[in-house]
Ligand binder design. Structure first.
Ligand code: FEO
Ligand code: CA
Ligand code: CA
Ligand code: CA
Length: 513
């Protein structure tokens, strides 16, 4: 199996040192194969794999660890490598290219007799979901004035990370939607949501879940409260932004299958107050009470004036659309860019990667561990600790996506921006990487490097097959600092015939213990 037992770290792999090469480097004994790269044809219709792959999630076909569907997010498009330079405004053709290359891909993957993972382009399932695909809006804000009465909207983009549901669908998170919606002339209230897709069933209406709030969504981590309600933890990847959880009103039923999706359209959204250790319910009544109090001063973090806020916050749907403003006004804690959240499989604690926040001198970020009262995801009280801090001593900086293996080790990938990488206080870290951090045992909190990314790239979306014999990983934005397409700063994955670097998903194998 992947990973190592926490009391036997050195027996399983030898951590690698920081590296600056234009390579995806793994410890001795492990290898990777490129499964799909930007521009590859994915199906018989000739659809192609989008740009800047991020979140990956593997859905076994008939329970197999050797054949399944892989959903892959495509977070953003590149002026240099994809849609071309903006001259004044983008042309319609450029907008269509930009939107096509964002969203997600569903591809079918299999491991051949030689043990090599490949894409099966004859798949009946392989398809694209893009910035041009129609979406249904569901939940409290659907069809309301808060979203210009929209019940159907155009496409998804800025898809960063996501999560799997308990009913075998996926959630994909719209993160930095502002730039693309402005560039493409699209209504910003139609983006910044969590979207749901069923990779196996194209007749399942792909949807945007408005009850999960609208902000710079990083990912979702779904669990069950002790009373059987659905709980979804979510980060808002912005400086000085909050940690959220949604609790459904209804109870999860395994027998209900995909109909459980409706549980996400009825419930309460909470934000975390780290000073009091309490979850604050975000309600229109509480926000209006504040705004109607003449003595109330709007916190400095909110750029809108009190009169503007009074005009915005009219119904509960407005809480869904302007979630961050509501959370800050109601006393939720601004934190240092809360990125991925994952639930520990053993004790129901949950971990939040705070990537960094240069507003407060938190340059290297940290990972926080939350303890819900009575180990209940439905609790209203919690405690927390800094589980691991970035910096020279720990060896990592800017933690981003998280995942757990079945030995209880936390895996994290790092997201030092390509403009800061290998410079100044980031010199000692080398390129971005992937690290294993045991959650218990003698190596608790120690980061051991498992992978190093190519030049300018970040590693994203780590996802294991159920038996942990394979780890899927996305290599995002290799060669991002390129300004002249004829002189790319990276040529990863160094495929014969390529003239540009290509973001690609790889399958890592090699575990024999
Ligand atoms: Fe797209 Fe928060 O990383
Ligand atoms: Ca991320
Ligand atoms: Ca990031
Ligand atoms: Ca990224």
């Amino acid at each position: 199996l992947f990973g190592y037992k926490t009391n036997k770290v050195s027996g399983y792999f030898t951590p690698i040192a920081p590296i600056k090469e234009d390579l995806l480097t793994l410890p001795s004994g492990y290898q990777y194969h490129v499964v799909a790269a930007f521009g590859d044809v994915i199906n018989q219709n000739g659809d192609t794999f989008g740009f800047n792959n991020d979140f990956t999630v593997y859905f076994p076909i008939e329970g197999s660890n050797n054949r399944g569907l892989l959903w892959v997010n495509h977070e953003y498009s590149s002026e240099v490598f994809v849609h071309g330079k903006k001259v004044g405004t983008y042309t319609k053709e450029q907008i269509d290219i930009m939107l096509y290359n964002q969203g997600g891909s569903i591809i079918e993957v299999y491991r051949d007799e030689a043990g090599v993972w490949k894409m099966d382009t004859s798949s009946q399932y392989a398809r694209r979901v893009t910035g041009l695909t129609p979406f249904k809006m569901v939940g409290i804000a659907a069809g309301t004035a808060s979203v210009n009465n929209a019940t159907q909207v155009q496409g998804t983009f800025a898809n960063c990370s996501g999560g799997m549901t308990l009913w075998n669908t996926l959630l994909s998170c719209e993160e930095n939607f502002e730039e693309t919606s402005a560039d493409c002339g699209l209504d910003p209230t139609h983006y910044g949501w969590v979207v749901e897709v069923d990779p196996f069933d194209s007749s399942f209406e792909i949807r945007k879940h408005t009850n999960l709030g609208r902000f710079n969504h990083e990912n979702t981590a779904m669990g069950l409260a002790n009373d059987g309600k659905i709980v979804v933890y979510m980060g808002d990847d912005k400086k000085d932004a909050c940690i959220y959880k949604f609790i459904s009103n209804g109870i999860y039923s395994a027998a209900a299958g995909k109909a459980n999706s409706d549980l996400l359209t009825d419930g309460t959204l909470y934000a975390a107050d780290l000073k009091k250790g309490k979850w604050i319910a975000l309600t229109i009544e509480a926000v209006q009470k504040l705004l109607n109090d003449d003595a109330y001063k709007v916190p400095a973090l909110i750029t809108k004036k009190k009169d503007e806020l009074k005009a915005i916050f009219l119904t509960q749907a407005d809480i869904a659309v302007y979630t961050h403003e509501a959370a800050i006004m109601l006393g939720a804690s601004p934190t240092d860019r809360p990125e991925d959240i994952e639930i520990c499989p053993f004790d129901k604690t949950f971990f939040v990667a705070h990537t960094n926040n240069d507003n407060h001198g938190n340059i290297h970020g940290h990972i926080t561990r939350f303890f819900e009262k009575d180990a209940d995801h439905g609790a209203m009280d919690f405690d927390f600790e800094i589980f691991a801090a970035g910096g020279r001593q720990s060896g990592f900086s800017a933690p981003d996506n998280l995942t757990f293996d079945s030995n209880g080790n936390l895996w994290t990938v790092t997201d030092i921006s390509s403009s800061s990488m290998n410079k100044g206080v980031h010199t000692s870290f080398g390129n971005n990487g992937m690290f294993i951090i045991p959650v218990a045992g003698p190596d608790k909190g120690v980061a051991l490097q498992f992978a190093s990314a190519p030049t300018d790239a970040e590693l994203t979306g780590p996802w294991f097959t159920p038996d942990e014999s394979t780890l899927f990983l996305a290599v995002q934005h290799p060669g991002e600092n390129t300004t002249d397409v004829t002189k790319p700063t990276s040529m990863w994955p160094h495929r014969a015939g390529d003239t540009i670097p290509r973001p690609a998903v790889v399958a890592i194998t090699g575990f024999t213990f």
